[in-house]
Design a protein around this ligand. Structure first.
Ligand code: SAH
Ligand code: AVI
Length: 329
């Protein structure tokens, strides 16, 4: 076991038990019912997401890994020697390994994730493979301000890394707010490298979120298991069904949990009615175009509107890079 300096923000904003209860009760009380996607990622949810990344239908992880392998040296040029690399929503940290091999010597690597178990464990596994690197995991909600570890604060520059199209799980206004928050955390003039899934044919998208093995359905339903365990919920898992479809008007995959019958469910002492067929909207996964991503950057007041992005393709990878200079909003 490698000793890692802990940089947990206490309590991590938005990632604590009280926030979970408040958000779940508000989401179940809303019309239509909804739930923030960040709550998928308890220890089980994080493991299920890892299984999703290996599914034949789920192209984004494989494609992005390949892009990083093919273009890692170019992407690493965005990182100045001695900078601190901060990864937002780091999960298994497997993509950053490719970037770290191509990057110049760094002041620190700071994986940040809402799932404390995942970020601590993955940092401990990464450290021996990069013995010279200071790995400093942080458990935090990336939608809120959080403190960086001392090594990252003291570095002459900070570079953000946000792969996986996790930005697509934010509503557009939340994505803009995230970019402004990232600018505050990384500091004025920092570079942010973002991986974004582009719009592609509905058949490809629908298959990716409705895998034949049913892992995405398990990932979705695990949210109810988490609510039952942590908030004394009475959800019966066999009374709900995974629904996922591409919403062409809004360029997003929507994931829902649909009630198979009329029923009542209790959570944290409160009672909620479900009609047969009524759904909880559990996740949106927005797909971008080069233009809409540029518009998002401009909306976030990053000027010039330049973000680093690359195209996800099934057969062919095209790497497109623009330098992002984040200005304090
Ligand atoms: N970057 C990895 C993992 C993507 S999965 C990859 O590209 O494969 C999304 C990750 O973001 C999960 O590890 C999840 O725990 C984390 N995450 C989601 N919402 C978050 C939030 N609001 N704050 C911090 N981490 C978050
Ligand atoms: C993490 N995020 C970008 C994934 C996505 O594709 O939206 C989460 C996911 N949901 C279902 N499958 C994967």
């Amino acid at each position: 076991m490698v000793a890692l300096a802990r940089s947990r923000v206490t309590p991590p904003q938005g990632a604590d038990d009280a926030a979970f209860e408040t958000d779940v009760l508000a989401g179940l009380g809303a019309t239509p019912k909804r739930m923030p996607a960040k709550y998928f990622y308890d220890a089980t949810g994080s493991q299920l997401f890892e299984r999703i990344t290996e599914l034949p239908e789920y192209y984004p992880t494989r494609t992005e890994m390949r892009i990083l392998r093919d273009h890692g040296a170019d992407i690493a040029k965005l990182i100045a020697p001695g900078a601190a690399l901060v990864e937002f929503g780091s999960g298994s940290s497997k993509k950053v390994r490719i970037l770290l091999r191509a990057a110049p010597p760094l002041a620190a690597y700071v994986p940040v994730d809402i799932c404390g178990e995942m970020v601590e464990q993955e940092a401990a596994e990464l450290q021996p493979d990069f013995p010279q690197l200071k790995v400093r995991p942080v458990t935090a909600d990336i939608c809120f301000p959080f403190d960086l570890p001392a090594e990252a604060k003291a570095a002459p520059a900070r570079v953000g890394f946000f792969p996986g199209s996790t930005i697509g799980n934010f509503e557009p206004h939340e994505a803009a707010a995230f970019l402004r928050n990232a600018a505050k955390i990384l500091g004025s003039g920092a570079t942010l490298i973002v991986g974004v899934d582009l719009i592609k044919p509905a058949e490809v998208l629908n298959a990716a979120y409705n895998d034949k093995a049913g892992v995405t359905a398990k990932f979705n339903l695990n949210l109810l298991t988490r609510i039952n365990r942590e908030l004394g919920g009475t959800f019966k898992l066999d009374s709900f069904e995974h629904h996922a479809f591409f919403n062409r008007e809004r360029n997003r995959i929507e994931m829902h949990l649909a009630s198979l019958k009329r029923q009542k469910v209790k959570v944290a002492g409160e009672c909620f009615d479900f009609r047969a067929g009524e759904t909880i909207h559990t996740e949106s996964s927005y797909k971008y175009s080069v233009e809409s991503l540029g518009a998002l950057a401009r909306k976030s007041k990053h000027s010039p509107a330049t973000l680093t992005f690359w195209r996800f393709r099934l057969a062919r990878c095209i790497s497109m890079r623009l330098r992002s200079r984040l200005k304090k909003a």
